[in-house]
Design a protein around this ligand. Structure first.
Ligand code: PMP
Length: 377
């Protein structure tokens, strides 16, 4: 099997699987005052430390959520509730994941002014264009670190530093899901007040994520209840998922640099192979892009058709973004790609577990796919 859909989700690592079992057996409620509760709480504390170490921030700044979707919703609605009374505007990149875009559209329906800043033709958000959209009426600016469809790396640090210099009251949020444990992220030098990450993109399990909240930021919660996670995310903590998240982070964090070099090498190889195939157009630039994601098109063969051909060869890839399920990609459209290129776009995404053999098998199968499918067209 060749699994190249790691931007959609990753295979849980052994460490995460074993942690999930350990924590499921230690089934005390972390809020209980007795020993079983305290033992469960220790597991949550352990995971919080691991995620905080990876983001280089104090553990108290980490709030566990049910995933990045919840973290992103908490940011948009929570910041709007706290800070959106005097000020009325938010600025988000148009390349964001649907959990940001749809939340922003909902805020728009609720009467807020929302500006969506499109990426340039290269897929990257332009620093000046983003900053120009922010003004003294803006209470939140949100820009992702790595785009999930193309791998474009956005100049988040520059954008946020620039915004903070001009408008210190504007909150800054980064959805760092596709950059976490791939690119170095230090919460403090990012000039970000809030950062979203998700466990299942880093070999943890689905259903858990984390939100970094800088000290002093007041976030109105989406839910009300028992006051867990400092009241930002009440509800009994999913100790097994949280502990497994911590275990995955502890495993991957020290290997980040090696894994990055491996992804760079795989990306280079795949680019070379694809550039030898005259019928392939590569949509992800080589510069300013994460080596973990490569988007390309085989014009004339619909994404789904090639995807299923590859699946028949036991190779798993994605057509654009897995979350958009066939909808035309607004990110590729904003990059000025023709409908033909968009309709035939394929996204492959590596993880620390990907190998040269995966690239070889993919390249061979794409060639076979083209020969077979182009004939039946
Ligand atoms: N943001 C980005 C950039 C993503 O790629 C994803 C997952 N596709 C999410 C948010 C949502 O993450 P989760 O599945 O943890 O809700």
């Amino acid at each position: 099997m060749v699994y190249l859909d790691n931007a959609a989700t990753t295979k849980p690592c052994e460490e995460a699987l074993s942690a999930v079992m350990t924590a499921a057996e230690m089934y005390g409620n972390p809020s209980s005052l007795h020993k079983m509760g305290i033992d469960a709480e220790k597991l949550v504390i352990d995971a919080r430390k691991a995620v905080a170490a990876a983001l280089v921030c104090p553990p108290e700044c980490i709030t566990f959520t049910s995933g990045a979707t919840e973290a992103n919703n908490t940011v948009l609605f929570g910041i709007a509730k706290t800070y959106g009374r005097r000020l009325n505007k938010i600025v988000v990149s148009a390349a964001e994941h649907s959990s940001i875009i749809e939340s922003a559209k909902q805020l728009e329906r609720n009467g807020f002014e929302v500006v969506f800043v499109p990426p340039g033709r290269d897929g990257v958000i332009d620093e000046q264009a983003f900053v120009d959209a922010v003004d003294s009426n803006t209470f939140l600016a949100s820009c992702m670190l790595v785009n999930n469809e193309t791998g474009a790396i956005m100049p988040v640090k520059k954008i946020f530093t620039h915004i903070k210099r001009l408008f210190p009251d504007c909150m800054t949020h980064c959805d760092a899901v596709q950059g976490f444990l791939k690119l170095p992220i230090k919460a403090a030098d990012f000039a970000a007040d809030l950062i979203t990450v998700s466990a299942h993109k880093v070999h943890g399990l689905k259903g858990v994520g984390a939100l970094y909240v800088r000290k002093g930021i007041r976030l109105t919660p989406l839910l009300y209840g028992g006051g867990q996670e400092k009241g930002v995310r009440p509800g009994t903590e999913s100790v097994p998922l949280i502990y497994a998240f911590g275990a995955a982070v502890r495993k991957l964090h020290p290997e980040m640099k090696t894994a990055y070099s491996n992804a760079e090498e795989l990306n280079r190889r795949l680019r070379t192979k694809l550039s030898e195939l005259s019928f392939v157009t590569i949509n992800s630039n080589a510069d300013n892009f994460s080596p973990y994601i490569l988007n390309f098109s085989v014009p004339g063969i619909r994404s789904e058709t090639l995807l299923h051909f590859l699946e028949s060869r036991d190779i798993y890839v994605s057509s654009g973004s897995a979350c958009s399920k066939g909808a035309k990609s607004p990110v590729l459209s904003a990059m000025g790609l023709s409908d033909k290129l968009i309709d035939s776009a394929i996204r492959i995404s590596f993880s620390s577990m990907s190998s040269n053999g995966d690239v070889e098998r993919l390249a061979t199968a794409i060639q076979e796919g083209y020969m077979t499918l182009a004939k039946v067209r």
